[in-house]
Design a protein around this ligand. Structure first.
Ligand SMILES: *Cc1c(COP(=O)(O)O)cnc(C)c1O
Length: 472
């Protein structure tokens, strides 16, 4: 393909993009295909000869599109959102056009300096003090792994990378059961081991770690000769939005010199709204915090904002400087690959710059305020229905509920059948979770183009499908 043909196709795809987004309400949210359908529609061997783009694009529409779950659908109420605001998509088009490898300052100074500035804009936007600096990671999972490695190295006196863990005391890390599975994986990968992730019981409506139980667990580990390394707290857990009392976690950590990482992957975006910041009160005391602008905020995936109080700890853990990566004569520049696990880096800050300028913080805040208000109204409507109960109160825009008609015995099976029937219907998309062992249905409002009517429509779909469920 030459660049003239490229320009024509690129214009066609731009039109397709806008049409696609405008048509989303007419499409089923979750893909309605059986397993194997796309695999079997694709040829077994690669073509030996060139094919026309016209044909490739036609196959995209007939083979690929039906196999897509539409994450940008305004009635996507499952998981958490993965919003791609239009200005962030446009910025990504420019980024892919230039396709730079932004691992070092000199491999694209604009990418590094834009990243420094955008992380500071985000810091101000969520109300973190100026003592924090940050880096854009590819995912919250990577940021959490980087934080766990940092707490490991700090606890080992910076010797773990060199000497390994054999012969060391058992490192111990503390978290509740409400944290995301990315924490488990960080513990596995860092060599700390799942047996040394100490689960602290939760209490209260926010399902927060019990600070006294946390303190007791650390003391017991010290008495047993173990080496406490850090605490992982969460604001807005994935199941039902569990949020630790960050201030009390930080207080315990201070007493024992432990590193604190806060996972606010989803909820962090809502902290651009000052009245929601009570949820993470005490955040200024953590050592490390991650939130994903690629979830609720609207920056196209991937874009994970990782803030640290002392970047030296992170760089001391992760920086590696072979001769070919040394940039002689540029002392004082930041090389963000020293702050992250992969060497290669995309230019992720540009979409933040486009998005934040194009809406202004006030419009981004209003969207989140709306989502929280609409979700709260839906929870009230479901609560008022005799056959439904609210199983966890809204935390920001997330709550859970279940269908509990009089006389029903196996509510877990009934609610799984309800979720499956809703998603097979396709007008809305929901997911289930386990809450104290019981199956409940999650509902979160957060898609960028969602309206109050879409949320009200969800009420109609849920109650209609529940009424029509075949008896067990
Ligand atoms: C989504 C999510 C993650 C994982 O985020 P990735 O960027 O996909 O790694 C971690 N923690 C919480 C609370 C999340 O909601």
């Amino acid at each position: 393909m030459n660049w003239t043909d490229f320009a024509g196709w690129s214009r066609r795809f731009a039109d397709w993009t806008a049409d696609y987004h405008r048509s989303l309400r007419t499409r089923p949210v979750r893909a309605q295909v059986a397993p194997g359908r796309i695999l079997n529609a694709l040829p077994d061997a690669p073509p030996e000869l060139a094919e026309e783009m016209e044909k490739i694009f036609a196959d995209f529409e007939t083979i690929v599109l039906p196999g897509m779950t539409h994450w940008q659908h305004p009635r996507f109420f499952a998981y958490f959102p993965a919003n791609a605001s239009p200005p962030s998509i446009l910025a990504e088009q420019l980024v892919t056009a230039m396709a730079a490898q932004c691992m070092l300052w000199q491999t694209s100074p604009a990418a590094t300096e834009m990243e420094t500035k955008m992380m500071d804009w985000l810091r101000q936007a969520v109300g973190l003090p100026g003592t924090f600096t940050g880096v854009i990671q590819d995912s919250a999972s990577t940021a959490t792994l980087a934080a766990v490695l940092t707490m490991r190295e700090k606890a080992l006196g910076w010797d773990g990378n060199k000497a390994g863990l054999s012969g060391q005391k058992r490192l111990r890390v503390y978290a509740s059961n409400e944290v995301h599975t990315s924490i488990d994986r960080a513990i596995w990968i860092s060599g700390i081991g799942a047996d040394n992730l100490v689960r602290i019981p939760v209490k209260g409506p926010h399902r927060a770690m019990d600070a006294e139980a946390l303190r007791a667990a650390i003391k017991a580990d010290l008495a047993a000769g173990h080496l406490p390394a850090g605490i992982i707290a969460c604001t807005g857990g994935t199941g039902v939005g569990a949020s630790d009392d960050v201030a009390s976690v930080v207080a315990v950590a201070r007493d024992h010199g432990l590193y604190v990482h806060l996972d606010a992957a989803w909820a962090g975006a809502a902290m651009i709204v000052p009245e929601f910041r009570d949820l993470w009160a005490g955040v200024e005391g953590v050592d490390s915090m991650v939130f994903n602008p690629h979830k609720w905020m609207g920056a196209q995936f991937d874009c994970s904002a990782h803030f640290v109080r002392d970047p030296e700890d992170l760089v001391r853990t992760l920086a590696i400087r072979p001769e070919y990566l040394k940039t002689h004569g540029h002392d004082g520049v930041v090389n963000y690959s020293e702050w992250s696990i992969p060497l290669g880096r995309r230019f992720r800050a540009l979409k933040l710059w486009f998005m934040i300028r194009s809406y202004g913080l006030e419009e981004l805040r209003q969207r989140i305020r709306n989502h929280v208000a609409w979700s709260g109204r839906l929870a009230e409507r479901l609560r008022a229905e005799p056959d439904f109960e609210i199983t966890s109160e809204p935390i920001l825009s997330l709550f859970s509920f279940r269908h509990a008609p009089a006389g029903a015995t196996d509510l877990d099976t009934l609610n799984q059948r309800l979720v499956d029937a809703i998603n097979d219907d396709g007008r809305i998309y929901l997911t289930q979770t386990l809450l104290d062992g019981a199956k409940v249905i999650r509902f979160q409002v957060g898609q960028f183009d969602c309206t109050e009517d879409d949320v009200a429509y969800a009420f109609d779909v849920i109650t209609e499908i529940a009424r029509n469920l075949e008896p067990q």
